[in-house]
Design a protein around this ligand. Structure first.
Ligand SMILES: Cc1cc2nc3c(=O)[nH]c(=O)nc-3n(C[C@H](O)[C@H](O)[C@H](O)COP(=O)(O)OP(=O)(O)OC[C@H]3O[C@@H](n4cnc5c(N)ncnc54)[C@H](O)[C@@H]3O)c2cc1C
Length: 444
C-alpha cells in the first residue's frame, strides 16, 4: 500500500551534510571518546575541546541524524511529568532544584546559540501548556501556582488572556512557560556540529560503535578502527542499548511528527497566534503545535509506541500520522484543508522517574553517560554536555546535584513492555474521552 503521508526517513530539518566526515578507518588515541553526535555528544565535545582536551566523536550516521535532528524544536523549561508529580515524587526542596535546573538548561542553550552564532530561527516566545477542555482549567491553575511557588517563570493564562494573545481558540487556557521558545532543531544541531569541527573535535561519521572495552584506557571499536582514550562518554540517549551498556536505563518511545506546507497570509490571519508561542496540550499524551519561521505548522506526538526489550520501535506508521493530522484539524479547523508536506518520527528516551541520568560506570569509573531526556532534551541534553565535561575534568558542575539520586532501571521484560503497553492504553482511553468531550462541547 502506498503510504498516504510524505514520509521522511530522518526529518525535513536535516540532510546528510555536504562535508560528511570520513568513517574511522584506523586505530587512534585521544583523551576522550564520545559515542553519539547529537546535542549531548556535540555539546560535551565542544565544552571539552575548549579546555584543550583532545576529543573524538563516533557517530553511527551523521551528527544530527538522531533525535536532535528530528524533534519539534520546543526549547522549554519542562521537567519530569509535571510539577505536581515532581513534588509528590521528590519533595519540595528537590522539586525546586529540578525546576531551577530546567530553567538553567534553557538559559545555557540560549547562551550556546549566541556563543556559536548559530542561526536556528530561535524565537524567545515561551511555550504554553494548553487546556483543551474546561476540566483542564483547575489542574493547570494548580500546576502553575505550584511551579510559581517553586520559583519557575510560569503563569496561568485564563481564557481571556489566551484570546488577548491571539492563541487559537481550541487552546482554552494554559500555563505560559515564559523562558525559552521555539527553534529549528536541525540548524541548531548542525550549528553545534560546525562549531565542534571548527574547534578541532575529531568527528567520524558512519562510524557506529561495535564494542567498548573497559580498562584504565577504554577502547571503542568500530568496523574499521578503534579509539583508545582515558574516558568514554555514552551520548546515545534512546539508542543506548546499542552500546551494550545501561540496557534497561531508558525505554525508547517512537514519536511521530507532521509538517504542513507554508501557510498563506489568509491562513495565518485565520489562526491568529501572533506571539507564535510553542503549544502542547494537557492530554495524557500531549499534542504539540508550533509555527516555524517558514510559516509551516509542526505538529506531533498524540500517540507513542514502545518497543520490546529497549528495541527501537519502527516508524512510518500511517495510523500515528492520521491521529496527528486529525488533531491538527480539530485544534486548528481553519487549516482543515492544508496540505501535509512531511511526516517523520524519532525516539525519545523515557527513564522510570522521568528525569535524565548522569553517571559513570566501568571497572575504572571512566565510562560516563548522560541520557534519558524524556522528550525535553533540546535544553537538557545541551546542558548535559557541560555537566559531562566538568565530570571528566574532575569538577562537579553546579547543576549535577539536582540530578543526583538512585538511578533506576526499567524492570526486565516482559514487565516493562506489559506495564508500558497497559499504561499507554489507559492514557489513550483518557485522551479519546477528552477529545469526545471537546467535540461534544463544540457541537453544543
Ligand atoms: C519526534 C521528537 C520530538 C521531540 N520534541 C522535542 C521538543 O520539542 N523539545 C525537547 O526539548 N525535546 C524534544 N525531543 C527530544 C530531544 O530531541 C532529545 O531529548 C535530544 O535530541 C537528545 O539528544 P541526544 O544528543 O542525547 O540524543 P540524539 O540526538 O538521539 O543523539 C544520539 C546519537 O547517537 C548516535 N548513536 C546511537 N548509537 C550509536 C552507536 N552505537 N555508535 C555511534 N553512534 C551512535 C545516534 O545516531 C544519534 O545521532 C523530541 C524527540 C523526538 C524524537
Amino acid at each position: 500500500m502506498e503510504h498516504p503521508y510524505p514520509y521522511r526517513e530522518i526529518s525535513p530539518w536535516v540532510e546528510r551534510p555536504a562535508d560528511l566526515q570520513a568513517p574511522l578507518s584506523h586505530d587512534l588515541d585521544a583523551d576522550v571518546v564520545v559515542i553519539g553526535g547529537g546535542y549531548t555528544g556535540l555539546s560535551t565535545a565542544l565544552s571539552l575541546r575548549e579546555q584543550g582536551v583532545d576529543v573524538v566523536v563516533l557517530e553511527q550516521g551523521f551528527a544530527g541524524s538522531g533525535a536532535s535532528g528530528r524533534n519539534a524544536g520546543h526549547l522549554a523549561p519542562t521537567i519530569g511529568k509535571d510539577v505536581p508529580t515532581l513534588l509528590r515524587f521528590f519533595g519540595r526542596e528537590r522539586a525546586s532544584q529540578l525546576v531551577r535546573f530546567a530553567d538553567a538548561a534553557v538559559d545555557y542553550t540560549e547562551e550556546t546559540i549566541r556563543k556559536y552564532d548559530i542561526d536556528c530561527d530561535y524565537r524567545a516566545s515561551g511555550n504554553v501548556m494548553a487546556g483543551v477542555h474546561p476540566k483542564h482549567e483547575d489542574k493547570l491553575r494548580k500546576a502553575a501556582s505550584a511551579a510559581h511557588e517553586l520559583g519557575a517563570d510560569m503563569r496561568f493564562l485564563d481564557g481571556a488572556e489566551m484570546r488577548e494573545r491571539g492563541l487559537p481558540e481550541a487552546f482554552r487556557c494554559g500555563i505560559h512557560e515564559e523562558r525559552g521558545g521555539t527553534l529549528h532543531p536541525g540548524r541548531f544541531v548542525l550549528g553545534l556540529r560546525r562549531a565542534a569541527l571548527a574547534a578541532g573535535v575529531r568527528l567520524f561519521e558512519d562510524s557506529g560503535l561495535l564494542s567498548l572495552e573497559d580498562g584504565a584506557r577504554v577502547v571503542a571499536r568500530t568496523a574499521a578502527g578503534s579509539v583508545r582514550a582515558d574516558f568514554a562518554v555514552l551520548a546515545t540517549n534512546a539508542y543506548t542499548r546499542s552500546t551494550g551498556r545501561r540496557k534497561r536505563a531508558v525505554a525508547p518511545l517512537r514519536v511521530s511528527m507532521l509538517e504542513t506546507v507554508p501557510l498563506d497570509d489568509a491562513q495565518l490571519e485565520a489562526i491568529g497566534w501572533r506571539g507564535r508561542e510553542g503549544v502542547y496540550t494537557a492530554h495524557e499524551v500531549l499534542e504539540s503545535f508550533r509555527l516555524s519561521a517558514q510559516n509551516t505548522i509542526v505538529v506531533g506526538t498524540k500517540v507513542v509506541r514502545q518497543g520490546y526489550g529497549g528495541a527501537l520501535p519502527s516508524g512510518n506508521r500511517p495510523e500515528a500520522f492520521a491521529a496527528i493530522h486529525a488533531a491538527l484539524r480539530e485544534r486548528l479547523p481553519a487549516l482543515h484543508d492544508v496540505e501535509v508536506a512531511h511526516a517523520w518520527g524519532g525516539w525519545i528516551a523515557l527513564t522510570p522517574d522521568f528525569l535524565p541520568q548522569i553517571g559513570a560506570e566501568g571497572r575504572n569509573g571512566n565510562v560516563l553517560h548522560g541520557i534519558g531526556f524524556c522528550g525535553h532534551g533540546v535544553p537538557q541534553a545541551t546542558l548535559m554536555g557541560a555537566m559531562l565535561a566538568c565530570r571528566i575534568q574532575g569538577r562537579e558542575h553546579e547543576w549535577e546535584s539536582a540530578l543526583r539520586r538512585r538511578s533506576l532501571s526499567w524492570p526486565p521484560e516482559p514487565l516493562t513492555w506489559l506495564g508500558g503497553t497497559l499504561l499507554n492504553a489507559a492514557f489513550a482511553a483518557v485522551d479519546r474521552r477528552t477529545d469526545r468531550q471537546v467535540r461534544a462541547l463544540s457541537r453544543d
